[in-house]
Write a protein that binds this ligand. Sequence first.
Ligand SMILES: [Mg+2]
Length: 449
Amino acid sequence: MVPGAGLEPARPFGQRLLRPPRLPFRHPGNLSIGRGVPVHDARRILPRRFPQHRRATEQPPGSVRRVRVFEVVVHRLRMDLVHELATSQGRHARRPVVLVEVTTDRGSGWGECAALAEPTYTSEYADGAEAVIIEHLAPRLLDAEDEWDGTTGGMGLLSGVRGHQMAKAALEMAVLDAQLRSSDQSLAAFLGATADVVTAGATVSSGPPGAVVAEVAEVVEAGFGRVKCKITPGQDVDTIREVRASFPDLFLCVDANGAYDLTSPTHRRAISELDDLGLVAIEQPLAPEDIAGHAALTASLATPVVLDESVCDLAQLDGVLARRACDGVSIKPARLGGVLAARRAHDRCLAAGVHLVAGGMLETGLGRAAALAVAALPGFDLPGDLGPSNRYFEPELTDPHLLVDGMLAVPDAAGVGREPDRDLVDALRVRTTWIEPSQSRSGEPSGAA
Ligand SMILES: [Mg+2]
């Protein structure tokens, strides 16, 4: 159906705005937009890029030594978030962390699984990811005839298992960490990153106007130059209008996590009204499967439409680009199946001419380090979600990622660039499982460790 049919929104759907041509790419680290820049200026220098879909030219990552994996250890930790994050899909208060530690013929490495407690973001969740790593992925890695070569081909060892991108991403991170450490190379350098720092972003819970404005004020005061507000039907237009009135120059995005439905007149009206609030992006307004709906919104909204949950692998990315169903893509290594897939997605988006946003999960410092390495690739032109590691975790599992002048440093140490604190892993441990070639054994906490 035609979005907005039968309604009289403030600015009807289907009314295209004339936009200036796209300006030359500037890395987020050099973005001059943000606090202190009028909204109309921000919108003028962030024109929508119309996807011109063509097959992407993907650049290979750097090279690493091939490794053979001898043991996989899965550490299940329980961490509570410093404060809850409310989204349209529920409230996140705790973070069951699944860490993967691998031992190879060239040393050891760590990976983090970003799956959340419940399957409300994508179909993955921590218990399921932990199980699939232990029962299906680690055995395939350990029993493979081939060595892991550190390229997309390495992931071929796990391709017999469909889906489970976050679980695969955790294993890939751990093996790459070991490989890169053995060759004294940082993940950022391996991927081809070009930035030393990344503009930090803060994500604010959905809620009534007063509460959201107060939290936005806190993060602006803390130095964040970009704020993304979660929205949910009923807590959207009034709240965001109030935020915009209080912070007219703020680099402001909203994220609906797929909560809106174009068959609902109320939802259509809300989206139309949000479109007039000078937002830099509206992220995942409709259900992940509703590609046609996103294409309709992309064609009609002035605000760039960014997709997150709709793009869980490269095939889905090709599909949304071919159908011009977005103006931008949120790149999250975990959701896409690892940093190598994220790198390929980055290249394809760049070739297609859509905006790139570095997305974040509720990662500890380990997963955040990998996300920062990806965010430092040259194609990201909009500030993303990534914030300092202490925003959600206390104590922190790794050396912190600190907010300095609204920026985060890209780790440059060998490997992923962060390593979990062993004492904290022990203190937060729920259980540990060891997997070796052609056998497995598991045990409960400390005694079994
Ligand atoms: Mg999102």
